[in-house]
Write a protein that binds this ligand. Structure first.
Ligand code: TXA
Ligand code: MG
Length: 369
């Protein structure tokens, strides 16, 4: 069993482990990461092994300041620096052409490197103290929801890593925004808490969206530029489906009060019916809904955890904060089927819905069809 240390107290020991080629799980504002020396191919190999992750899926390199970026890249475009100044430390990962010191083991064989400066004081101090860039994917078993608490890391990686730096539950709950600044056109590769509108505003130009984000995976013949986005991801053990209505989708969730009430009724009726059928067939079911709709769902089992409220639908950050924890709870509860409401893609909602669609393998039912 590894050492788990709360707060700043573990920083020295964690830095020592990194310098000696070991692995340390660390907190960030998005999700927990699994860190190793980004300049050491052997450490990167250990990370892939611990996660059970395919080694063509590159790692994010974490730094504690903008000045630490220079040795890692062959060019640093002014626009990329602008983004660093505007959003770091924070939930933004920037792809740039790599320098020679970054090994291909860390970049999954690519000529580019993903870099981010996370906003967490324990981790910033840990990176600084180690004096090294820290390669860190999310600290989950490959394919599982990313860890938002130290206990999730322990659940997935117990015995496979040297230490966990514990700083309590994370704030945002979904992984950082990834923007590719290595080419001529800034391109969003993964949506996160920093929105494409935020990026465009800072850059003063349009930011493209990698078509694979919207398509949701490689199965539709679109190859994502972030290799990690092609894998089945964030997946609970249960089969999951989203439920919306034609009207909500047609109006992009901007509906009148009356239409809203009707859609809520249609979605909840649809889900309640599916749940009833499944439970009658001996399946265990779970529902994901929001504060605004929770009263519309019927309890089928006398189990407080079968209906999960993930937050307020007008505040997507309240929902990103809960999503992965809730998916893990359904796993612990051995749920076979999860039915979740769909929400708007606006703003941070794009990141929330991206993760929910992936968790559901892109399955979405329309309740008014
Ligand atoms: O919030 C986060 O970004 C968290 C915390 C720990 O910082 N990290 C994280 O790492 O989510 P990971 O490994 O789970 O996701 C990294 C994503 C993958 O989809 C990967 O394919 C993509 O970043 N990526 C990394 N390097 C890349 C590169 N050079 N070009 C394109 N995509 C890259
Ligand atoms: Mg991950």
């Amino acid at each position: 069993m590894e050492t788990i240390v709360k707060g700043m107290e573990g920083v020295e020991q964690a830095a020592e482990i990194i310098k000696n080629g070991g692995l340390v799980a660390f907190p960030t504002e998005t999700v927990y990461g699994l860190g190793g020396n980004a300049l050491d191919p052997e450490a990167s190999r250990k990370i892939y092994a611990a996660k059970g992750r395919p080694s063509d899926n590159p790692l994010i390199v974490h730094v504690s300041s903008i000045s630490e970026v220079h040795p890692l890249v062959s060019v640093l475009p002014e626009a990329a620096e602008k983004l660093m100044e505007a959003f770091w430390p924070g939930p933004l990962t920037i792809i740039l052409p790599k320098s020679e010191i970054v090994p291909y083991e860390t970049t999954g064989g690519l000529e580019t490197v993903a870099i981010r400066c996370p906003e967490n004081k324990v981790t910033l101090s840990f990176i600084k103290t180690s004096g090294l860039p820290i390669a860190g994917p999310s600290a989950n078993t490959s394919g599982k929801p990313s860890p938002t608490e130290a206990t999730h890391v322990l659940h997935d990686l117990n015995g496979k890593i040297d230490m966990i730096l514990d700083d309590g539950p994370v704030g945002i709950g979904v992984e950082s925004t990834i923007v590719d600044m290595s080419g001529t056109v800034p391109t969003l590769l993964r949506p996160g808490a920093i929105t494409v509108e935020d990026l465009s505003e800072t850059l003063g130009r349009k930011v493209e969206i990698d078509p694979a984000i919207v398509a949701g995976g490689v199965n539709e013949g679109v190859r994502p530029k972030a290799p990690g986005m092609k894998y089945r991801h964030y997946a609970p053990n249960a089969k999951m489906a989203l439920v919306s209505t034609k009207l909500l989708k047609a109006k992009d969730y901007e509906v009148s009060e009356e239409e809203r009430l009707q859609a809520d009724r249609q979605v909840s009726d649809f889900i309640n019916e599916l749940v009833e059928k499944d439970e009658a067939a001996g399946l265990r079911t779970g529902i994901i809904c929001c504060e605004e709709t929770k009263e519309l769902y019927r309890k089928v089992r006398d189990n407080a955890s079968d209906i999960k409220v993930i937050g307020h639908r007008d505040q997507p950050l309240s929902m990103t904060h809960e999503l992965f924890r809730v998916l893990r709870e359904f796993d612990d509860d051995n749920v076979d089927r999860i039915y979740a409401e769909s929400y708007s893609d606006r703003g941070v909602g794009f990141a929330l819905m991206n993760r929910m669609r992936k968790a559901a393998g892109m399955t979405e039912f329309l309740a008014d069809e």
